[in-house]
Write a protein that binds this ligand. Sequence first.
Ligand code: SF4
Ligand code: SF4
Length: 267
Amino acid sequence: MNHLPENFLEHALSIDDTFQFHCNQCGECCKHREDILISPFDLFRLTRYLNMKPTEFVDRYCTTYIGQNSRLPVVIFKAVGEEQVCPMLQDNHCSVHAAKPTICALYPLGRAVRVEPDGKPEVFYFLNGSTCGAEDETHTVREWLSEFDLRDSTAWFLAWQKAISKLSPSLKTMEKLLPPKELSMLYAIVFKALYLDYADVREFLPKFVLNVQSLQKQIDTLIDKLMPGGNANEQFVGSDGRCYRPACTGHCGRAGRISVHRHGWIG
Ligand code: SF4
Ligand code: SF4
């Protein structure tokens, strides 16, 4: 599910394009899986659907770690048993079908972002190269998304990419500045803000945007406190020679910020 098919950009699908696919509900795509990503939006949907607290859901069904490239917290399902089955699979059926994670709901589609020449990000879809099921049904991408009530997920997807591109360089900077114990505390704050802090809200996205803004402000303030004076640009140069100053505008000529496009395929 995570592999990009060759020449996928040449086969980009827009929201009203059609594709052929018929899922025969064999359940095979839910086995031998240790890569089912659960985004903050997915966690919000899943826990509302199951009427569970996000912390309870994560403790019971998920594994968390810090993403190697993004340095942001990542949540995946904890596969169970010899067949490494997703914990949501029951009697060969998805027990959270209507609220399943976006990566599952999109299947056999993948989704990515490309930045147009005018600088605007554009979301597009592509067939992920799967060979399961049959091809005797025709769907539009829009109809496929509506079945899982994901019509509005494009706005979320762009907000998530933007959050990654902003927070990732800041967290990389903090890793250079904070000792391990304080860094763990910071990651707990980041995890709470991105994944857990939605207790009394009806809509996910506005709260997510606020949480990210507040987080970014807190981290920037912390960086300013930890790095008084001096040539900040020089101090933010990483071991790869790139600039990781969060406020870097690229004028230093070595900006190391992660591009939206690079992360375009996280669910
Ligand atoms: S959430 Fe549902 S569709 Fe996704 S892997 Fe688990 S059982 Fe399968
Ligand atoms: S998506 Fe493919 S592998 Fe998964 S249940 Fe449907 S046919 Fe089987």
